[in-house]
Design a protein around this ligand. Structure first.
Ligand SMILES: [Cu+2]
Length: 347
């Protein structure tokens, strides 16, 4: 075991003996010291409530401040990327924390940008970012390959970014070709009608196992050719995930799906953040083509479906997420044109 890790764990033990547990304990210690305002720290919950997340996923602190990670639910760690922390800063690894309410902490002296991940849930995209003072270091200018974190500038401006605050843009993925084992299909990634260029494309089962593998990046038209797995757990399935900065998108097609077919329901996607009162843009497509002039119904705060408008020439319409009522913060959209129908439920 390396010395850095020991030193970090020693600091955690020290915190425990002082009887400082959780948010309140930390605040007491912070206020007791001199210069408390300058070194104000914060608490990050490690949670399994809605997927495995750090909440907040992005946190700003002053140099010298202590960050506390508190286990809310599930089993998690806080583990720094060795190559995504500032030069001269020490990496850390809390090890697995499994007791609800337990806390681990770390004091940040070196200014810059720190990205970290959860050992058990790295593959599920459980990652976080701490900005200490001024953003900087090797983490700047790119995102961890395991998942998205907020941009540092946003973390500085907002102080903290809640776990649900990501996904400021949802990428729409469409495909052309027949989904069958060993077949090549072309996927296209767009965001609000514009191609998503140079984005990492992950495919599940590409190597015959059940893992997500980086298979390439989108070209200047937002496109990439991918091959449907011909063996293994995901044989015949098309499962693709795209990440670029804070934006994310996913596509799932069962065997036998065909981009050329005129059958099937309208696909409804959205971009924006689904929260009470928020405005998001929905996009209706059929086999990758926009569905123009379709009626759009949204379930309102009184649980009634209301006609809110028609899709434009890009198959898009801006809709508002209910701000109050039974389904506040939930997006329930139905799109209809003639015999064709599609639905989207979020939240
Ligand atoms: Cu975790």
């Amino acid at each position: 075991m390396n010395q850095r890790r020991r030193r970090f764990l020693g600091a955690v033990a020290g915190t425990a003996t002082a009887g400082l547990v959780g948010v309140a304990g930390y605040a007491r210690r912070s206020n007791a010291g001199s210069g408390a305002a300058r070194t104000q720290g914060g608490t990050v919950l490690m949670s399994a409530r809605q997927g495995n997340v750090y909440d907040p996923v992005g946190l700003y602190v002053e140099p010298g401040a202590t960050v506390v990670w508190e286990l809310e639910s599930g089993v998690h760690s806080s583990t720094s990327y060795e190559d995504r922390i500032p030069e001269g800063a020490e990496p850390w690894d809390t090890g697995i924390v499994s007791e609800p309410g337990a806390t681990v902490s770390r004091t940040f002296e070196v200014e810059g940008t720190y990205d970290y991940y959860c050992l058990p849930h790295r593959a599920n995209g459980m990652v976080g970012r701490i900005v200490v003072g001024t953003p900087g270091g090797p983490a700047e200018g790119s995102m961890p390959t395991d998942g998205p974190v907020p941009e540092s500038q946003r973390i500085v401006q907002e102080g903290s970014v809640a776990a649900g605050g990501l996904g400021t843009g949802r990428i729409l993925i469409t495909y052309e070709g027949e989904v069958s084992p060993g077949n090549a299909v072309t996927i296209t990634a767009t965001l609000d009608g514009e191609p998503v260029v140079g984005a990492n494309v992950f495919q599940r089962g590409a190597e015959g196992d059940d893992e997500w593998t980086l298979v390439g990046t989108t070209d200047e038209n937002g496109r990439l050719q991918v091959t449907i797995p011909s063996s293994g757990d995901r044989a015949g399935d098309l499962r693709v995930r795209i990440r670029q900065g804070e934006r994310e998108g996913e596509l799932e097609v069962e065997p036998g799906g065909s981009g050329d077919s005129q059958e099937g329901p309208i696909r409804v996607d959205y971009s924006g953040t689904v929260s009470p009162g928020a405005t998001v843009t929905i996009t209706a497509t059929l086999n990758g083509e926009p569905v123009v002039g379709a009626d759009v119904f949204v379930r309102d705060g009184d649980d009634e479906r209301q006609l809110v408008g028609q899709t434009d020439e890009n198959g898009q319409l801006q809709v508002t997420v209910p701000a109050e009522g039974d389904n506040a913060g939930e997006l329930d959209v139905q799109v209809r044109r003639g015999e064709l129908e599609g639905e989207l439920e979020v939240g």
